[in-house]
Design a protein around this ligand. Structure first.
Ligand code: ARG
Length: 464
């Protein structure tokens, strides 16, 4: 058997070239880490400037390096750069091309640096940019929800618990609930950003360096608040990526909940909302259908985003300090989750901007299912000074009576009501209307339009 043949037998098809090809395939990250080209070049330019400022390399070399790096960047951005798998990753691809452009001076760039602090720096810069994008995306999304809330501040709809009609609420109130959720999502990104904004550059391989580097200078040039205080930690943790993924996951969960509501609400059985044609699709076989595909996909994205979080948590678990190659696997997870969350934010923003709530079905459903029974009980407490437990019991009897007669609470006559509780007066009918019900819930954070408008005003100010 020839060598070639035995290699084929062992590794088959794609890896027929044998161990070298397999090693290259498992080792290389250039297929995906080229996404960080800009950050890599930015980091290298800051490093070169610092090396020159500290007299570690000649000014002329630093100038050539910094200029050459810009040429590399323009080649990459222009799509003319030839990425090489043999050169493993973005760091070595950039450096190899830099060497072709500026000659041996390029070799001085890697003084007092390792790929370990380089990759940590690049990745942090990339993740930080995505955190900023998520913060902006969430602000835009919140504005759309506030606009929906304002347009429907007194539009009555059913509030659900257990997906059973519970009490009437307002559309504005429901929309503003999401504003609160997305505000916390935004603050999670902001908070994580603050915590992660320390520069790993200068940690070198793991122990720091004997060259007289100025880590404050590179930190400042790259927009970090300070250099990280422990070189081992700087090259070996990816908690910033985990926090990004956690923040994405929780946000995706919130998105999935409104998405699910949109799927339910847009169904023929509910007709609470109309999703615009721009965010629905037709069926290839059933001409009558209009499917909420975008909402369904928004509902599903949380699966892959949370999958990325679990993947990276598992990758990081039990790794000894400092750098291990396992950590190269951090990127695809984060890249995929970032793409998913950004697309989700954009799609939901578009859908919500176009969405039309349908007041009639919303109001009809709000009045169904004895939704004002709590108002009736509260009335008995207030008007007749009944203990709430007794009022609850009387109301239960009235609900049963209405149920038996197949009517709603407000359709019972005063005589019928008085047969259950003699002291009930005509005034009861006022509390049985859904508009009165919502208007009465004026407790802080309640569903009354006056309360909802106050929250809308607060958020409009905060988001302007
Ligand atoms: N491509 C590598 C990564 O993403 C860069 C760091 C390599 N460091 C090393 N010591 N092999 O993690």
């Amino acid at each position: 058997m020839s060598d070639k043949k035995s290699a084929n037998a062992m590794w088959g098809g794609r890896f027929s070239a044998g161990p070298d090809a397999i090693m290259e395939a498992i080792n290389a990250s250039i297929g995906y880490d080229q996404k960080m080209a800009k950050q890599d070049i930015e980091g290298s330019r800051a490093h070169a400037a610092m090396l020159a400022a500290q007299g570690i390399i000649e000014d002329s070399d630093a100038t050539a390096i910094r200029k050459g790096l810009l040429t590399v960047l323009s080649e990459i951005e222009g799509g003319t750069f030839a990425f090489s798998t043999a050169l493993e990753d973005i760091h070595m691809n950039v450096e190899a091309r830099l060497t072709e452009i500026v000659g041996p001076a390029a070799g001085r760039l890697h003084t007092a640096r390792s790929r370990n602090d380089q990759v940590a720096t690049d990745f942090k810069l990339w993740v930080r940019g995505q955190m900023d994008a998520a913060i902006d995306g969430l602000s835009a999304l919140m504005k759309v929800f506030v606009a929906q809330a304002e347009a429907g501040a007194d539009m009555v709809m059913p509030g659900f618990t257990h997906l059973q009609v519970a009490q009437p609420v307002t559309w504005g109130h429901h929309m503003m609930a999401y504003v609160e959720m997305f505000a916390r999502d935004r603050s999670r990104f902001e908070d994580a950003r603050k915590r992660m904004n320390e520069s790993p550059l200068g940690a070198a391989a793991l122990a720091g360096t004997s060259f007289p580097i100025d880590r404050d200078m590179t930190a400042e040039a790259l927009g970090f608040d300070r250099p990280s205080a422990n070189s081992l930690d700087a090259v070996s943790d990816r908690d910033f990526a985990l926090e990004f993924l956690t923040s994405c996951s929780i946000c995706a969960i919130h998105i999935s909940r409104i998405a699910e509501e949109l799927v339910i609400w847009s169904s023929a059985q509910f007709r609470f909302v109309t999703i615009s044609d721009r965010f629905s699709t037709g069926s290839s076989i059933m001409p009558q259908k209009k499917n909420p595909d975008a909402a369904e996909l928004l509902r599903s994205k949380v699966g892959r985003i949370t999958g990325s979080l679990v993947a990276l948590l598992t990758i990081m678990k039990g790794l000894p300090l400092a750098y291990s190659k396992d950590m190269q696997e951090d990127k695809e997870q984060v890249f995929d989750a970032a793409d998913s969350i950004m697309l989700s934010l954009a799609a939901l923003t578009g859908m919500m901007a176009d969405l039309r709530p349908n007041p009639e079905p919303l109001r009809t459903a709000a009045a169904s299912g004895f939704s004002t029974a709590t108002d009736l009980a509260d009335f008995l407490v207030r008007a007749l000074n009944m203990p709430f437990r007794d009022a609850h019991h009387v109301t239960g009897a009235l609900v049963k009576m209405a149920e038996d007669q197949g009517c709603d609470l407000h359709e019972l006559s005063l005589e019928q009501m008085q047969s259950v509780e003699g002291q009930i007066t005509e005034a009861v009918y006022e509390v049985l209307g859904v508009e009165n019900s919502v208007a009465s819930r004026v407790s802080y954070g309640g569903t009354a339009p006056s309360q909802v408008r106050a929250q809308i005003a607060r958020w409009k100010e905060a988001l302007s």
